[in-house]
Design a protein. Structure first.
Length: 464
């Protein structure tokens, strides 16, 4: 059934004594659009839209866009893997914001990164093959795939946000509406266009059908009419950024730790710090300590600035959500792409500035690829800093560091640390997961001991 039809049938099922078969027959002869207009959009029975699901696939989009698409807590999907596919001939997405001269600078830098990616991958593969010969009990096929995956793990540091990928998702039409509204209000033109395309697709018949002989109809036409840009979120970011620029004291000069863990105890201070985190380049700990030291009036001022563009139809910002524990991470983009897929937490990011440097895998030097790797990344950062934002963000390599905030309960901290520290994982997020466990042991010894994480020095390169 089309998503809106199934939502109508299940909603009626809960509101009548009829069986589900009778409810489906009822929906065949009644208009689901008028039902949703009244109960979902007019009366605000939002849970009705959780009862219809749609499959939406995005093809040939940038990695940056893919990560933004996935930024929904109630989201299920898969993206193209950088571990099992060769991106050396993939090309890249050019940000539509660029003028011709800027696009040419971007293209030259992108081509140089992909050329270095291919060469580093070749050297890493040769080195790993020599260092880890195939065991007699292991078949050649699995061996080649394992070694190739480990080589891609190193080479992927030279990929960048502009490389193309595909994403397939299954979401409720309630989540889809929220996603469309968020995309339409994005700072990136590519994402604003994608928001429009998804809305158009909801109003049209599906592109792909399992039964080609069955009658077809639009997927979610009512949703498409109501999915306006989320102006409140965009305005709130602008207002908070202006407030921070005008009111915050000079930033501290301490170098940020890679993993910092806090357990906020003052809720208003936690909320204010979370509101300011995405619009500054400051550590969460600094913002939280500032906010806790402010008067109630000053904290209320920040909260009022964040909410002054809110209408009666707007939900409260996600920044007001929380978790018992706050991890502030300064990590490479590649590691973030993997950790970002964990949904049982609140996630926030700062702007991609390219000012926090980059990480270098130890295997780069061991494979004799250090000069190629370092010169390619330095040239990419130089080009990135010469280009205007937000288009310049597309040139940020996966090895580049940025700052991300993850708010979660202990169960999610245990799950991420245990799962992501395993020997099958990428060494970058393995190290982060291990540090997350260690930080928890320091903060909560009674709980940290429960996390059975694998130390990063325990390795098995032939497992994946």
């Amino acid at each position: 059934m089309p998503p809106e039809k199934s939502a109508y049938a299940l909603a009626r099922y809960s509101r009548s004594p009829d069986s589900i078969r009778d409810s489906i027959e009822w929906v065949r002869t009644h208009d689901s659009r008028s039902f949703l207009e009244s109960y979902y959009f007019q009366y605000g029975h939002a849970s009705i839209a959780d009862l219809g699901h749609a499959v939406v696939c995005f093809e040939g989009i940038s990695e940056l866009a893919a990560t933004e698409i996935e930024a929904e807590p109630l989201w299920d999907g898969q993206a193209k893997s950088s571990r099992y596919q060769d991106f050396s001939r993939s090309g890249f997405v050019t940000p539509p914001e660029f003028a011709p001269a800027e696009a040419e600078t971007y293209r030259s830098a992108g081509e140089a990164l992909l050329a270095a990616y291919g060469e580093v991958n070749r050297l890493a593969l040769a080195y790993l093959t020599e260092r880890y010969p195939r065991p007699e009990e292991m078949k050649p096929g699995p061996y080649r795939r394992n070694i190739a995956a480990r080589a891609f793990d190193v080479a992927r540091y030279l990929l960048f946000w502009g490389v193309p990928t595909n994403v397939g998702q299954v979401t409720s039409i309630r989540t889809l509406e929220k996603q469309i509204r968020r995309l339409k209000a994005s700072e990136y033109e590519e994402l604003r266009s994608l928001g429009d395309e998804v809305a158009q697709a909801c109003a049209a018949e599906p592109e792909c059908r399992w039964d080609l002989n069955a009658a077809s109809e639009p997927l979610a036409p009512t949703l498409a009419r109501h999915a306006d840009p989320d102006e409140h979120a965009a305005r709130s970011r602008q207002d908070l950024r202006s407030w921070a620029e005008q009111n915050l004291p000079p930033a501290g000069g301490e170098p940020p730790p890679r993993v910092d863990l806090l357990r906020p105890t003052q809720v208003p201070g936690d909320i204010v710090a979370t509101l300011l985190y995405p619009v500054t380049g400051r550590p969460f700990r600094e913002l939280y300590e500032l906010a806790c030291g402010w008067s109630e009036r000053l904290r209320a001022e920040v909260i009022d600035v964040a909410l002054r563009s809110r209408s009666r139809q707007d939900a409260i910002l996600d920044n007001f959500r929380g978790g018992l524990y706050v991890y502030d991470l300064v990590i490479d983009i590649g590691a973030y792409r993997d950790l970002h897929r964990h949904r049982r937490c609140q996630q926030f990011r700062q702007q991609y500035s390219g000012n926090l440097g980059f990480d270098t895998p130890k295997l780069v030097a061991e494979a004799g690829a250090a000069e190629i790797f370092n010169s390619a990344l330095k040239a990419a950062f130089d080009a990135m800093h010469s280009l205007p934002a937000p288009g310049s963000h597309y040139l940020l390599p996966f090895g580049g560091r940025s700052r991300f905030l993850f708010k979660m309960d202990f169960a999610e901290a245990e799950y991420i640390s245990r799962l992501r520290s395993g020997v099958k994982g990428h060494f970058s997020y393995r190290e982060i997961a291990w540090e997350m466990k260690c930080k928890m042991e320091q903060l909560e010894p009674e709980l940290g001991r429960l996390i059975e994480a694998t130390p990063p020095w325990v390795e098995d390169p032939l497992k994946r």
